[in-house]
Design a protein around this ligand. Structure first.
Ligand SMILES: [Mg+2]
Length: 303
C-alpha cells in the first residue's frame, strides 16, 4: 500500500460533515463517501478501503452496527475504523473501542487532530499489510502459502454462496518426490519445487485463480467461477507444463522426468462448510490419481 494513495471511506449521514472531512483529506488520500450504513457496507464490499471514518449516529444501520458487521467477517475484520461522534462521553468511547474501533474523532472537527490521527492509522495499516504479505507467501517458491490458500478458499466460498457460480479446487503432488530428494539432495529438490511452482502458476491465466504451496511437495489451487470441464482443462495444462520442464528424474517409476498427479473437484456452494468438504473429495481424487499410476488428472466424479 502506497501511503499517498491509501483509500479512505468516509461515512456520515450529514453532507456538511462529509464535505469537511473530504476537504481535509482529499489532497493526501483517495476518498470514497457513503451517506448511510447500508451504503457503507456496499462500498466496502465493492472496494476494500484501508481505513474507515464512521459516523456513529445514523438512521437505519448505525455506525456501531456497521462496525459490528465488519468485525464479524474475517474478510473485513482487519480494516481499521475510526468512529466519528458528537458524544464525547467516556462510555461511548469505551463502547466503540470494545467493538473494535481503533480510535475516535469528535465533532466539531479539529483539522490538525483529524489529519494526524488518520495519518497514524494509515501508517499502522501499511505496516500490518506488509506483515500480512510476508505471512502469506511461501518463502521457498515465492507463491502463496497454505495460510493464504485457506483464507482465499474461505473468502471465495462465501462469494460463491452469494453468486451461485461453481467453485473448482485442484490438489497436485509431485510424483516420487521422496526418491528425488533422497537421490539428488535437498538443494536440488528445492530447485525442483521452485520450477514446478512457476510452471503451475504459469498454467493459470486469470488473476482470481490462486495457486499455493500446500505443504511439502503438495500444491493446491482455487479456481473461482470455473466449471468442472474448465478445471479439468487447467489441470491437464498444469500436468503438461510440469512434464515440459523436463526435469530429469531417474528414480521415478512413471517417467524419466518429474511429473505430477492432480485431483480436481467442482461444487456449487450453498453452505460455509462445503469448500472444506470439497477439498477432502479433491484430496481423495488425488489419492486415486496416485493409485492409478500417477502423472494424471482425476476428477471427483471419476472412480
Ligand atoms: Mg450522523
Amino acid at each position: 500500500m502506497d501511503e499517498a494513495r491509501a483509500r479512505i471511506l468516509i461515512v456520515d449521514d450529514q453532507k456538511v460533515n462529509l464535505d469537511i472531512l473530504v476537504n481535509l483529506l482529499e489532497d493526501s488520500y483517495e476518498i470514497a463517501v457513503a451517506k448511510s450504513g447500508e451504503a457503507a457496507l456496499r462500498a466496502v464490499e465493492a472496494d476494500m478501503p484501508d481505513l474507515i471514518l464512521l459516523d456513529v449516529v445514523m438512521p437505519g444501520i448505525d455506525g456501531t452496527e456497521v462496525c459490528r458487521r465488519l468485525q464479524s467477517e474475517p474478510g473485513t475484520r482487519h480494516i481499521p475504523i475510526i468512529f466519528i461522534t458528537a458524544k464525547s462521553s467516556v462510555e461511548s468511547e469505551a463502547e466503540g473501542l470494545e467493538l473494535g474501533a481503533v480510535d475516535y474523532i469528535t465533532k466539531p472537527f479539529n483539522p490538525a487532530v483529524v489529519r494526524a490521527r488518520v495519518a497514524n492509522h494509515i501508517r499502522l495499516k501499511r505496516y500490518q499489510d506488509q506483515l500480512e504479505a510476508l505471512n502469506t507467501r511461501d518463502p521457498l517458491t515465492g507463491i502463496a502459502n497454505r495460510r493464504r490458500f485457506d483464507r482465499y478458499l474461505e473468502h471465495e466460498g462465501r462469494s460463491a454462496i452469494r453468486s451461485g457460480a461453481p467453485l473448482s479446487l485442484l490438489m497436485m503432488d509431485i510424483d516420487y518426490f521422496k526418491p528425488y530428494n533422497d537421490n539428488y539432495g535437498h538443494p536440488v529438490g528445492d530447485e525442483c519445487l521452485k520450477q514446478v511452482a512457476r510452471a503451475l502458476v504459469g498454467a493459470v491465466d486469470r488473476s482470481i485463480d490462486l495457486v499455493a504451496r500446500y505443504g511439502g511437495e503438495e500444491f493446491a489451487a482455487v479456481l473461482p467461477g470455473t466449471s468442472e470441464a474448465g478445471a479439468l482443462k487447467v489441470a491437464e495444462a498444469m500436468r503438461k507444463a510440469v512434464r515440459a520442464l523436463g526435469i530429469k528424474h531417474q528414480h521415478s517409476q512413471v517417467a524419466d522426468c518429474v511429473t505430477i498427479s492432480i485431483g480436481v473437484g467442482t461444487g456449487v456452494i450453498t453452505r460455509h462448510d462445503q469448500p472444506m468438504q470439497l477439498l477432502e473429495q479433491v484430496d481423495a481424487a488425488l489419492y486415486r490419481a496416485k493409485a492409478q499410476g500417477r502423472d494424471r488428472v482425476v476428477g471427483c466424479q471419476q472412480p
